[in-house]
Write a protein that binds this ligand. Structure first.
Ligand SMILES: [Zn+2]
Length: 347
């Protein structure tokens, strides 16, 4: 067994959490192929499952965008299609030993394609309840109100979220191109969400500079930051992240794909943040689209000598601590997690 596989095998059974995961990005080529057939969708250059599998073999950001927008999102036509997606999510969570997750769902494109939001929510809830019952995995959802379609669209998404709220829908997020939709534009949406008792997070500092992170903190009052990579360029921003202890949802492979702030893994600022006392967590972001998993992210960091095994153990605990889980559940899971990490030499 090679080094990567042995790390993955060691960490597989440690109960883990993941807090930065997009539901569309656990889709497999097989699922998309089934949907294309079901709806008789015509997609350019896709005539066989092999064509599709080669599209899933993403090697650049352009490939990724093409796959995500032109293939994956276009293949979903009705709420029932989310049955297959939830099956993919279930197998992803099981194969990574994830026992609790907060998953992003960005409904804008699906709604624009005519799928009813409340029907999507009911499919997701039905599966999440079943997965909890049968596999003891707890899935929560964070609705990404989208930064790329303006304030009115984001407010509409929040209102739909409020109207269809279930105990599994715990918060809202803000994803998409940061330079197109600056965080401050969405302040009214976040203010209303907080009043409604939702947890709030935002992607920031992924493809825009550190001011985007500051804006999300100051204008949106977010409790976590997705990525936060561009903080590396500004001492004050790093100091304030440390002082406020706002968790960063770091996704190393994803940052390597976007190539905005990180060109190669050795230059990733995650260790610098960690050493400085910033609250860091590790996540996969878009597993099937980037060809990664949560376990593979941990293995990548150990293999490249960015973190030791014991530091990875701490990062696994950090991820749990950054969740929005009830404190008593969090405490009892931490005991189990520590025991398991200890047994394997990761603490
Ligand atoms: Zn993301």
């Amino acid at each position: 067994m090679n080094v990567k596989d042995s790390i993955i095998a060691e960490l597989r059974d440690v109960p883990k959490t993941e807090i930065h995961l997009h539901i569309e990005a656990v889709t497999t080529a097989n699922t998309v192929w089934k949907l294309i057939h079901k709806h008789n969708t015509k997609l350019e250059n896709i005539g066989s499952i092999e064509d599709l599998e080669s599209k899933f073999n993403v090697t650049s950001l352009t490939d990724f965008i093409d796959l995500f927008i032109n293939i994956v999102q276009k293949s979903f036509k009705e709420a029932g299609d989310f049955d297959l997606l939830m099956d993919d999510l279930r197998s992803y969570l099981n194969s990574n030993g994830i026992v609790y997750t907060e998953v992003y769902l960005a409904p804008t494109t699906f709604i624009k394609n005519g799928i009813d939001f409340s029907e999507i929510v009911s499919v997701l809830n039905k599966h999440a309840d079943l997965i909890y019952k049968e596999d003891n995995i707890d899935i929560k959802f964070i609705i990404d109100v989208s930064r790329g379609f303006g304030l009115d669209n984001a407010m509409k998404n929040l209102d739909l979220t409020i109207a269809n709220r279930t105990p599994r829908i715990i918060g809202i997020g803000l994803g998409g191109a940061e330079k197109v939709g600056k965080a401050e534009i969405f302040a009214p949406v976040f203010e209303k969400a907080i009043k409604e008792g939702f947890r709030v997070v935002a992607h920031a500092g992924e493809d825009d500079d550190y001011t985007s992170i500051n804006s999300a903190i100051n204008n949106l009052k977010v409790e976590r930051i997705g990525h936060g990579i561009s903080a590396m360029e500004n001492e004050e921003c790093m100091d304030s992240l440390k002082k406020l202890q706002i968790p960063l949802e770091i996704c190393p492979t994803s940052n390597l794909f976007t190539q905005t702030y990180v060109k190669k893994i050795e230059d990733h600022p995650v260790k610098k943040f960690y050493n400085r006392g910033i609250f860091v967590t590790i996540n996969s972001d878009d597993p099937t689209l980037f060809g990664t998993t949560l376990l593979a992210e941990y293995a990548l960091l150990i293999q490249n000598k960015i973190f030791t095994k014991k530091e990875i153990g701490q990062l696994i605990i950090n991820n749990l601590r950054a969740t929005f889980m009830d404190q008593d559940l969090k405490d009892s899971l931490e005991i189990k997690m520590r025991e398991s990490l200890n047994n394997k030499g990761y603490l």
